[in-house]
Design a protein around this ligand. Sequence first.
Ligand code: PNW
Length: 449
Amino acid sequence: MTDFPIFPPSFEWGCATAAFQIEGGALEGGKRPSIWDDFCAQTGRIKDASDGLVACDHFHRFREDVALMADLGFRHYRFSIAWTRVVREDGSPNPEGLDFYRRLLDALHDKGITPNATLFHWDLPAQLQRAHGGWLHRDTAQRFAEYAQIVARALGDRLPRVATLNEPWCSAFLGHDLGVFAPGVQDRPSSLLVAHHLMLAHGLGLQAWRSVRSDTQLGIVLNPELCDPASDAPADIAAARLAELERNDVFLNPLFGREWPAEMIEQIGAFAEQRRPGDLAICAQPLDFIGLNYYTRSIAQAPQSAAEQRRGYRFVPPDPQRPDLTHIGWEIYPQGLERVTRNLLAKWPLPPIWITENGAADNTPVEAGGCDDRLRLSYLQSHLTQLAQMVASGLDIRGYYVWSLLDNFEWAHGYTQRFGVVHVDYSTQQRTAKASARWLQQLISSPQT
Ligand code: PNW
């Protein structure tokens, strides 16, 4: 018999997805391309040369997927709304696109599942990128606020909890410094300006939403990182500190009206003057919650190459031979969930926390009608044991969303990495609940304290 970690009865259990990763229906209902459609069309960007045109075909199969969630016992669902589906090129609302989300919200309501929507999970309208450089342009933050207002007006009465952005670090630094995510830019100062504009968009978005409705719980989803030094050498310790400033302080400081650390202001270089004096106050809108995504920790070392010098650190990937890695090569480090959360709480006055993503790549195939994803199961067990202790010790963490409900389009990895607790056969679109989903189902229904 398995012992389940114990959580308070009020603790919320959910699963998470994102529009571009599951929806497909890319050319339907007046949907426009996003920067990820453009990125996928470029040779060499996506490991298996795939795209999001069909993905999990959730656009057509959302009722089946909602029924699946309900069967597995999830009472909460975190998903993202595609900006490109609900806003037309001229900035007006697209009724057909909004209807899709209305039907999804109806299906969730019918099954007693509470929605938690994210407005931006990286799928910027391609037109904004082509016309003026996307997030490099200040105007994009204004466009985001207009989009937020459209969603608030059309769907706000059905959305109790809304996050503006998902993991702005990824959009800024994977998208504009490392260039491994859309739009594929490699320019350090640009990535910092993008980070600033994203946080400005967050603030303007909250203002715009609150000008329409006052009854929505509003927040943001971040992926703060624990960056441990590779050795005790002072240069490695300094590198790890700089990595954490970029991962954490660049996003958390503005949320609480605090200026960036001097090192980050220095790295933005000639773009410094594009950060205007009033911006910080806009970024620092009151937050009803914060979502934290946690997968692994990073090991940082003193920089070597010129690009690393500009960043001030280099990440050392774990030796692929190590046994404690998930299939995507990320270290399994459950203690990091507690360490990173406590680090943040020591530095910033966080509102109530939800763990909005946690999960593992485990590419075990379906055999004889089942999927025995032991690596994911043990990953979830160790992280939820850690989380139960954190909640029991009094940390204000109110819920947990596993990433992800379904195997899906894993960005630059395409369909080669499977994060779902439900297996998807991409040729038939058949869904098969994995062993980890069955374990979560039992955990959710187990007698709790
Ligand atoms: C998160 N990294 O992405 C996203 O929110 C999800 O859309 C994604 O599927 C999930 O985690 C699993 O990857 C990240 O390289 C992707 O540091 C890459 C990184 C971090 C987060």
